[in-house]
Design a protein around this ligand. Sequence first.
Ligand SMILES: O=P(O)(O)OC[C@H]1O[C@H](OP(=O)(O)OP(=O)(O)O)[C@H](O)[C@@H]1O
Ligand SMILES: NC(=O)CC[C@H](N)C(=O)O
Ligand SMILES: [Mg+2]
Length: 543
Amino acid sequence: MCGIVGLLLAAEDGHANQELFDSLTALQHRGQDAAGIVTCDTAARRLFMRKDNGLCKDVFQQHHMMQLRGRMGLAHCRYPTAGGAGLSEEAQPMYTNYPFGVCLAHNGNLTNVRELKETVFAEARHINTDSDSELLINVFAKELTNHDKRPQDVTPEDIFDAVGGVISRCEGGYAVVVMINGIGIVGFRDPNGIRPLVFGTREKTKAGGTTKDYVVSSESVVMDMLGFKLNRDVAPGECVFVDVKGNIHTHQCQLPDGASLSPCLFEYVYFARPDSVLDKVPVYEARLNMGAKLAKRIREKYPDHDIDVVLPIPDTARTSALQCAYQLGIPYREGFIKNRYIARTFIMPGQAKRKKTVRLKLNTIRSEFVGKNVLLVDDSIVRGTTSMELVQMAREAGARKVYLTSAAPPVRFPNVYGIDIPTKTELVAHNRTSEQVAERTGADWVLYQQLEDLEAAVREVNPDIPRFDSSCFSGEYVTGDISEEYLEHLHAMRNDSTLCMKSMQMLNVSSSLKSPKREPSEAPLLTGGARQESCNSLNNGWG
Ligand SMILES: O=P(O)(O)OC[C@H]1O[C@H](OP(=O)(O)OP(=O)(O)O)[C@H](O)[C@@H]1O
Ligand SMILES: NC(=O)CC[C@H](N)C(=O)O
Ligand SMILES: [Mg+2]
């Protein structure tokens, strides 16, 4: 669930680098693995890029920032859902020199990668990584060459045709920003609008008149940070093109049969910041509604409950837990304190790391547990990594009974549109009832939100959303093209053990490359034993 930004400043002598960096910081919660910024000096027609693995504060040092010249640019923070974690060549933005010099940043996941690879190679283009975003930029670039024009002759219609070509060829979930050297920035969204994309403007009045800066980004919070006005969401299958002169051109591409706005429900549950507004839904309000509906369900299912206190599992669950406690008429307290310097656990690669991080990240306030019956509220229970640890910690802190509730329904199916849940076997609710999840996590009972209540919680804020991508709860995929064979392929490619083995192999290759003089008898940098242990502890993570 990466974060993407495209920015174009009106001032010829402006530089977009600092605001791109600031917007990445505002979107850091969407991707912690890699970060990148590319800028364009529109007068010199030169591009400047910096990208690497890591958080944006680590990737961009002052000397990098000073290289990023120009008033137009893109930014990206990555949470890998294709290819591998920790491969810096898969960091974004992506770049291709033909035609004109095109850069692209992508949030989402393509589902017809195997077919696309074949056609892209047949078009005499080259793909050098396993990233689906590299395919996406090559498809866009190829479609842009169809008119065979010089850069100064490219029209908005040519850009719209290129985006139309991408939409007809690429399946899955994608929100995309593109920068074309010397031409402008482009934003578009897949025909179902699964991943979010908003755009905004900032007017500046000077003696000479009024000018406009433009921004396109994953979440509206970027506009708040930079002082932009949120204009609206980019519609499903719509293309927004801002040329370097500051003119905006929009076009609704032809949608495939059956496509309609279907935003990812998980954005409202977990991914987006509560202070963002996506598809006209303030995320905070949706989460309050989730908490209210959860309280109703608790009262219905356990009318004689003996809960003494409601404790959120920080951070994301705070909003729902607050409203749940209020509706139940039970005190809301902070039983778990989060170390603010430790990032989100769920989007970290590898189960061993996720499991270890939960205890490092959250600690208990004993007085909130001792002798009490506590209700722990989480926004979602996915692999169960967080809840298994926290139920145990609650008991260790002296709780008498530990109840667990989730503002989302059980996650039972893979996500193929940009959340890294590639296989159902890793999910704690896979083939388990709530009672069995309670047994597994060690809770006295577990209660989940119902899917219709979750959808209603969002729809109460915007009744015009026709449907949602709720595939990880329902197993129904809005693009209609997800076969069992595809899900089996995804499982084989991306289950945690396979990814672990792949990264170990990469480590072996790179350590042998870095130590050309090492004798064959010498121990490798990471011994076979250590490798085995690392993968074992990963498997133990599932218990
Ligand atoms: O069942 P699991 O596999 O553990 O996944 C679900 C948990 O992961 C997320 O928290 P995370 O720590 O990523 O982020 P947060 O601090 O924003 O809540 C989410 O909010 C749940 O707490
Ligand atoms: N989470 C995302 O949006 C990921 C984008 C892209 N699929 C990648 O893996 O880099
Ligand atoms: Mg959490």
